[in-house]
Design a binder for this molecule. Structure first.
Ligand code: UDP
Ligand code: MG
Length: 345
């Protein structure tokens, strides 16, 4: 797979934020994330904003920030790829020794960087945010999320911690492992668990969205849930044989009943029960076929080896490009000497 290369050089911290139609909260997010990063690392950080084909003014705002601030790397994807692939694109561009991932809507407080960092420095490779409370989310979203994480835990072998999103701090070696995984149906929190090393939770209260609406309607949540299950488990494929055994047993029992009635000199009546049985069997067979089809379709899509994402443009401040080439941390520059350049993606 061909992926765009990160700029040379390195820094202490890379922050990756996927952005999809977040114009209302973007400026506040950049300000809070920048303050948190400066508080921990001074000038030695980069903030990667990945525009996932936004239809509003998000990209223009991101560019304006990149023109002002040499710490900001602006990545524009060619179209909307979805949250997980937008995040993947950002992770492929990181230069930092530590990587911080958070959403653009400020539901995950950037100020938690400092305590999460302290935890990471105790000798862990991943510190993942675990939601102990979710503010501003509907009972339906909370309920379905809780159900999903419990169901996932039953189905998959890899332990994927419940109530955990993509808000986390990771060392570079974990991100390198993630970037080496070529699959396109990505459930990143699961992939991080799969990588291993020492991973610890960081309990936090998830704030309400700062502005705008959720970009995860029910349809996308269901798609993510199916990605999660099919990426990490083949248990649904085994349902077919379990169902087969169950129905076989039921058939044998009813046959025994029929023979019993016949021996007693009676006749078994009822075309309605027969019709119901045929319908049930038919629907179970189609259901099982559908599950097979889901896995088969995913294998087909994976077999094409298409790139995971298309980058339209990467913008870095000229100061950032020069410093990166020299392997230095970028320093803030006075506003008058700024000039943004385009680096083809
Ligand atoms: N997002 C994205 N592409 C999409 C949908 C969402 O990059 O197609 C981003 C979005 O801007 C946000 C993050 O993914 O930064 C999580 O989305 P959201 O907050 O809407 O999800 P929720 O918190 O409601 O589950
Ligand atoms: Mg959100």
């Amino acid at each position: 797979m061909q992926v765009p290369q990160a700029a040379p050089g390195s820094c202490a911290l890379s922050i990756v934020v996927p952005v999809y139609n977040e114009e209302d909260g973007l400026d506040a997010m950049v300000a809070r994330v920048t303050a948190a990063a400066r508080g921990c690392f001074g000038a030695d950080y980069e903030l990667i904003l990945v525009n996932d084909g936004s239809k509003d003014t998000s990209w223009a705002r991101i560019c304006a920030h990149a023109e002002r601030d040499p710490h900001i790397v602006a990545i524009d994807l060619a179209r909307n790829h979805g949250h997980q692939l937008a995040l993947t694109a950002g992770l492929h561009h990181v230069r930092g020794a530590i990587v911080f991932v958070l959403d653009a809507d400020l539901q995950d407080p950037p100020e938690l960087l400092a305590p999460m960092l302290a935890k990471l420095r105790e000798g862990h490779d991943v510190v993942y945010g675990q939601r102990i409370k979710r503010h501003g989310e509907t009972a339906f979203k909370r309920g379905t999320a809780a159900l999903f994480y419990r169901m996932l835990d039953k189905l998959v072998d890899t332990h994927i911690p419940p109530d955990t999103g993509d808000f986390r701090l990771m060392t570079r070696r974990v991100v390198d492992q993630l970037n080496a995984m070529p699959e396109r149906y990505r459930f990143i929190r699961g992939l991080v668990s799969y990588v291993g090393f020492s991973q610890v939770p960081f309990p936090y209260e998830r704030d309400a969205r700062f502005a705008g609406e959720t970009k995860y309607p029910l349809r996308k949540m269901v798609a993510l849930a199916i990605d999660a299950v099919t990426s990490f488990s083949t248990v649904p494929l085994r349902f077919a044989s379990h169902l087969g055994m169950l129905f076989g047993l039921a058939g044998l029992l009813s046959l025994a009943g029929i023979v019993w009635v016949w021996l007693a000199g009676g006749t078994v009546q009822g075309w309605a029960s027969l019709a119901a049985l045929i319908l049930i069997m038919g629907s179970v067979q189609l259901l099982v076929l559908g599950v097979f089809g889901e896995y088969l379709g995913r294998m087909y899509m994976e077999s094409k080896h298409r790139p995971l994402f298309q980058v339209a443009e990467v913008r870095r401040h000229p100061v950032a490009v020069t410093a990166a080439a020299a392997g230095e941390a970028v320093q803030p520059v006075p506003a008058s000497s700024e000039e943004a350049i385009r680096v083809a993606g």
